[in-house]
Design a protein around this ligand. Sequence first.
Ligand SMILES: Nc1ncnc2c1ncn2[C@@H]1O[C@H](COP(=O)(O)OP(=O)(O)OP(=O)(O)O)[C@@H](O)[C@H]1O
Ligand SMILES: [Mg+2]
Length: 269
Amino acid sequence: MKVIAIANHKGGVGKTTTAVNLAASLAEKGNEVLVIDFDPQGNATSHLGFSPNDFETTINDVLIDPSNRVDINSVIIEHSTPGLFLIPANLSMSRADLSMSALIEKDHRLRKSIKRLRKNFDFVLIDCPPSLATLSVNAFFAADDVIIVVQTQPMALDAIRMIDETLFEVYSSRPDFPIVPYGLPTMHDKLTTVSSTVLEAINRKFHPNVFSPIHSNVKIREASGYGKHIVEYDPLCAGAMDYRRLAKEVMAIYEREKEEGRRYIIRNS
Ligand SMILES: Nc1ncnc2c1ncn2[C@@H]1O[C@H](COP(=O)(O)OP(=O)(O)OP(=O)(O)O)[C@@H](O)[C@H]1O
Ligand SMILES: [Mg+2]
């Protein structure tokens, strides 16, 4: 099982879109995939066609219960797409950072809960909120790898330094298993020079851990509004092709890891 956090504390860059559509594309290729909505906005929950407020128990209850009585397995819901599962979130999570602050090992709550999953998923994708507070730190401690989603827009790389610093703090306390951060350029518009210049900068920054870009695509935007992932909304559109290619690239990393062992790359720049 590979646990991947999808993060950037900059808002609106395509984290949720990536969590949902990468999950659907991995499921399409025969994987069992769990999306953990880890954002009080509940956007991954609604993007997958559910209404966040319909859920009385969410990942929040698992996190903040000091006696660990709320079982993570009890909050998993099944999507109509074969192989696709979700742990929902809603606004009840807004105070999770505060509620967890009094708990022992507050940064490790998610990691420990994931260890209790009974089903052996191939991939667990965590849709992080746009912040670097306790929730994202929990996701980083739980993750094998982190995908940093970067929109190919001016100033996009300015935010990365702070993620680097946070990840480095996480590495420092678990040097036995450092996270490898991967860059994913999103909403790329290849017709504009500025987008191409930023893409080059992202490639330089993350080299060699950078995925092919997800292009700006109107179908991707429409699909989220309709509560559908892109494979069910328009499986042949360019956006669906981009996410399929990403799923292939993600799977290739772990296939290579099985053969050659894990690559340990630590960046702090
Ligand atoms: N490749 C794309 N092409 C066109 N629109 C996109 C694309 N990716 C994302 N969007 C749109 O951009 C908006 C923001 O995307 P998304 O919600 O995934 O960002 P986010 O990083 O999760 O935001 P937040 O920080 O609020 O959680 C959404 O309306 C989404 O539909
Ligand atoms: Mg989001």
